[in-house]
Ligand binder design. Sequence first.
Ligand SMILES: [Zn+2]
Ligand SMILES: [Zn+2]
Length: 176
Amino acid sequence: MKLDLSELIKSPGAVIPFHLEENIEVEGVELLEPVVADFKFSNTNRSIVIEGEFKTTIMAECVRCLKRFPFPLEFSFQEAYTRQDLMLDTKGNLLTDDEDIRSIFEGYVLDLTELLRQNIILALPLAPLCSPDCKGLCPYCGKNLNEGECECSGKKVDPRWQKLLEYKKKGGMRVG
Ligand SMILES: [Zn+2]
Ligand SMILES: [Zn+2]
């Protein structure tokens, strides 16, 4: 979705609210629903201010038990652009060499999809947990301990000793 902000940029004092629901593709991220966004564009005379609040749900993978689960994502954006930031050359191209601005503006046309995509990446959880007290996987058998105890419970033995103990059980060796 692209939005031409020429009128706003020409009109000091103008405020434009903008609601958007869009399916967005983000590389490496599975979005489970469209992004719902509420924007407010304002021309404060000194600058063009873009504010936005967004939400969506992504598929995350628990860092402890590796289960995939829906993770609600909420994020906000606020940025002010000065006249200088948005100065155009005679062909209507931005003069600024600020990559952040150039990545979302083409002349006065704002690429909302790209803005949302960038913000989704910034909002991604670093270490998602399916629940705050996720028990994770058994380090011995790999069972998901949220689904119940495994056979290894009670004998949390260093796997390096496991072979030795099995040998002992068979009566092949006396230990201790
Ligand atoms: Zn988990
Ligand atoms: Zn186990």
